[in-house]
Design a protein around this ligand. Sequence first.
Ligand code: TYD
Length: 201
Amino acid sequence: MRGKFITLEGMDGAGKSTHIPDIIKLLENKGVEVVSTREPGGTALGEQLRALLLNEPMHPETETLLMFAARREHIAQIIEPALARGAWVLSDRFTDATYAYQSGGRGVLANKVIELEAWVQGGLQPDLTLLFDVPVEVSVARLASARTPDKFERESADFFTKIRNAYLDRALNNPNRFCIINSNQTLEDVKVEVKNVISSL
Ligand code: TYD
């Protein structure tokens, strides 16, 4: 039986990465093989593209094309083979991030992203997307006290407002796939919310 494809999304500073080890455990407790991966990245080539994407200034459409180039490799090498053998794939970000950051944040036309999505993914879509949502001020404050920021993390509050709105819009338009996690509460409370969602799968 084909595995399930779960993606994690949210603004920088929303805290999604903190929950990955717990989510892996919860899924493994169901007795399934879990492949945990991330975007941009997930393959040797993808990680090289990630280093460029997170550090080098470039045209927003170049950024979009490189995100999808890394994604094409990720799907071919990791995601599809895992799902086909029945493993569940947990990806720290996927195409919703391109809609949020490159289209919402940088202003790349959504139609161009739609075309690339159809080309690169065919019919592949996540079965479930957890969107870790926090107010922009919270995300910006968390980033200010974090490690050395990358290219995206150095962006303004105005940029993050666009990202958050784009994500919430994606969730509104894909209600069957998205589950919004309120990350503006104690870590313990967020963990309970995450656990409830994964248990109900
Ligand atoms: P992130 O997932 O936050 O990793 P870390 O926790 O190590 O910083 O960093 C990836 C960055 O890439 C993040 O700022 C969002 C950005 N990104 C895009 O702009 N578009 C995309 O399509 C993807 C997958 C990521």
